[in-house]
Design a protein around this ligand. Structure first.
Ligand code: 5GP
Length: 174
């Protein structure tokens, strides 16, 4: 793919694919015999989820939630609205929430509290990226791709103003 000049690649396609395979193997070993549901957070997780699901050698189902936060373009306010809800109940299920990036943690905190009210058997988080220096609330990420510094990143599902999601790598916008 032609590289835009303002992008600095942080994680190449090969590095991402290798990490996703490891995460998938970990989840497969932890959830054997369980009723696993992957819940992808739209839109940013869709490519990560597609690769992760294929790296988990177990029967599983997949659902999505859409969230929007009332912040400005780059900062979450913590006030979150569910714009697309799950299509099936998760009562009694083992849920792994699949997210592109946990930044302040406010979005994930809200989502986890909301999911708990639906009485799943368990809920864990799998995030491709975290920015620990930006955390405002602690969110346990059981399955983590990579920690990054306080940089705005795009690609592999992550966008800026709707663009860049289809890049096969993760890059910093300079
Ligand atoms: P939080 O509530 O943790 O602050 O925000 C999480 C959401 O903010 C992510 O799901 C993502 O949509 C967005 N976000 C945070 N950091 C970045 C980033 O570096 N790049 C992109 N594209 N989105 C980000």
């Amino acid at each position: 793919m032609k590289l835009a000049e303002n992008l600095n690649v942080l994680f190449s396609e090969e590095v991402l694919q290798a990490r996703v395979r490891i995460l998938g193997a970990q989840i497969a070993s932890d959830y054997q015999g369980r009723d696993l549901v992957l819940v992808g957070v739209l839109k940013g997780s869709f490519i990560f989820l597609a690769d992760l699901a294929r790296a988990i050698d177990l029967p599983l189902s997949i659902d999505f939630v859409g969230l929007s936060s009332y912040g400005d373009a780059t900062e979450t306010s913590g006030v979150v609205q569910i714009t697309t809800d799950l299509t099936r109940p998760i009562v009694g299920k083992d849920v792994v929430v699949v997210e592109d990036i946990v930044d302040t943690g406010l979005t994930m905190k809200y989502l986890l509290e909301n999911l708990e009210t639906r009485h799943p058997r368990s809920v864990r988080v799998c995030s491709l990226l975290t920015k620990p220096s930006r955390a405002r609330v602690q969110v346990p990420v059981s399955y983590l791709g990579f920690s990054i510094e306080d940089k705005f990143v795009v690609g592999y599902g992550l966008d800026r103003a709707g663009l860049y999601r289809n890049l096969p790598f993760v890059a910093e916008v300079k």
